[in-house]
Design a protein around this ligand. Structure first.
Ligand code: CP
Ligand code: NVA
Length: 309
C-alpha cells in the first residue's frame, strides 16, 4: 500500500507513469469518453482548512472515475471534538478505500497514515502540497514538453520560486531533487525554506538568492504563492511589509527567459504577490494549472488503488 504524503513518496519512474496516465485521462475527459476504473470505491476527504480547487478536483474527479465521496470537516465531525487522530484513521479507513486530508502539521497526516488501512493523500499541510506540484509539473510538460516522454523536458530547467519558504516551496525542492531540475529560491529574510523539512537527497537542485530578480535570471518558469498561508493569518501585517519587494511584476518577469511561464497555485492576490498584468498576461498558465489538478489527481487516485494499468 502506497501513501502520497509528500512528493518524495513516489519515484522518478512512478512520476513518468503518472504524467503519461494524466495525459490519457485528460484526453478522455475532453472527448466525453467515460473512464470509470473506480466504480464502487469511496474517497473520504477531510478538510481542516478551507479549499476550492482541492475540494472540487477531488470530488468531481472521484465521481468521474465511477466512485463516490464523503466530505468531512473539523467542524462537522468528531475530529473537532478531540477524537484521537489514530482512532479516526482506524475507523474511517475501515469504511472507505482512499482518504485525502488537508490539515496543519505534517505529523498529523503521517500519524493518520500510520493507522490507516487504505492509502492517504496529502491535500496540503503546513509543510507540503504535493498534489499541486503534480499538476504544476504536468502543466509545464503540456506547454514545453512531450507527454509521450514527459520527464525529458525538465532536465536542466530552472524554476524560480519568489516568495514565502512555505509548503509549495518545500514541495518544489523535493520535485527538483527527484526529477532533475533546479529551483532558484528567493524569500525575504526570516521566511527562508528549511531544507531539513524537504529532506533532500542532493544539495545541487536548488540555489538561494537574496534578490528575487537574480533568482529569475535564466528561469524557464517563475512561480509564487500567497504571502500568508492558511494558519499564519496572525502574521499578515508583518508579512505585507517583509514581502513588499517579492511581487512578481512585469519587470521581475523580464529577468527570466523570454519564453518563461508563470504559475501560481491560487488563490491569488493581485497587487500583492503578483501583478495583474502578469497573472492575467500571456506568460501565465494558471488556469491550465488549476484544471490539471483534476486530471493529475484522477491519475494519482487510480494509481494508488489499482497500480499501473
Ligand atoms: N491551490 C489550492 O490548493 O487551492 P485550494 O486552496 O482552493 O484548494
Ligand atoms: N501556501 C498556501 C497554498 C494555498 C493553496 C497555503 O498553505 O495557504
Amino acid at each position: 500500500m502506497k501513501h502520497f504524503l509528500q512528493f518524495s513518496d513516489l519515484t522518478h519512474d512512478e512520476y513518468e507513469y503518472l504524467f503519461k496516465r494524466t495525459a490519457l485521462i485528460k484526453q478522455k475527459f475532453k472527448s466525453y469518453e467515460k473512464h470509470q476504473p473506480l466504480v464502487d470505491r469511496t474517497l473520504a476527504m477531510i478538510f481542516e482548512k478551507a479549499s476550492t480547487r482541492t475540494r472540487v478536483s477531488f470530488e468531481a474527479g472521484m465521481y468521474q472515475l465511477g466512485g463516490s465521496v464523503v466530505h468531512l470537516t473539523t467542524g462537522d465531525s468528531q475530529l473537532g471534538r478531540a477524537e484521537p487522530i489514530e482512532d479516526s484513521a482506524r475507523v474511517i479507513s475501515r469504511m472507505v478505500d482512499l482518504v485525502m486530508i488537508r490539515t496543519y502539521g505534517q505529523e498529523k497526516i503521517n500519524n493518520f497514515a500510520a493507522h490507516s488501512r487504505v492509502p492517504v493523500i496529502n491535500g496540503l499541510t503546513n509543510e507540503f502540497h504535493p498534489c499541486q506540484i503534480l499538476a504544476d509539473i504536468f502543466t509545464y510538460i503540456e506547454h514545453r514538453g512531450d507527454p509521450k516522454n514527459p520527464l525529458a523536458c525538465l532536465k536542466g530547467k530552472v524554476v524560480a520560486w519568489v516568495g514565502d519558504g512555505n509548503n509549495m516551496a518545500n514541495t518544489w525542492l523535493q520535485a527538483a531533487d527527484l526529477l532533475g531540475f533546479t529551483v532558484h529560491i528567493s524569500t525575504p529574510l526570516g521566511y527562508e525554506v528549511d531544507h531539513a523539512v524537504a529532506g533532500l537527497k542532493t544539495s545541487n537542485s536548488f540555489k538561494v538568492f537574496n534578490d528575487p530578480k537574480k533568482a529569475c535570471q535564466g528561469a524557464d518558469l517563475v512561480t509564487t504563492d500567497v504571502w500568508t498561508s492558511m494558519g499564519y493569518e496572525s502574521e499578515n501585517e508583518a508579512r505585507r511589509v517583509a514581502f513588499n519587494d517579492w511581487c512578481v511584476d512585469t519587470e521581475m518577469m523580464s529577468h527570466a527567459n523570454p519564453d518563461a511561464l508563470f504559475m501560481h497555485c491560487l488563490p491569488a492576490h493581485r497587487g500583492e504577490e503578483v501583478q495583474a498584468e502578469v497573472i492575467d498576461g500571456p506568460q501565465s498558465v494558471v488556469w491550465d494549472e488549476a484544471e490539471n489538478r483534476l486530471h493529475a489527481q484522477k491519475a494519482l487516485m487510480e494509481y494508488l488503488l489499482l497500480g499501473e494499468l
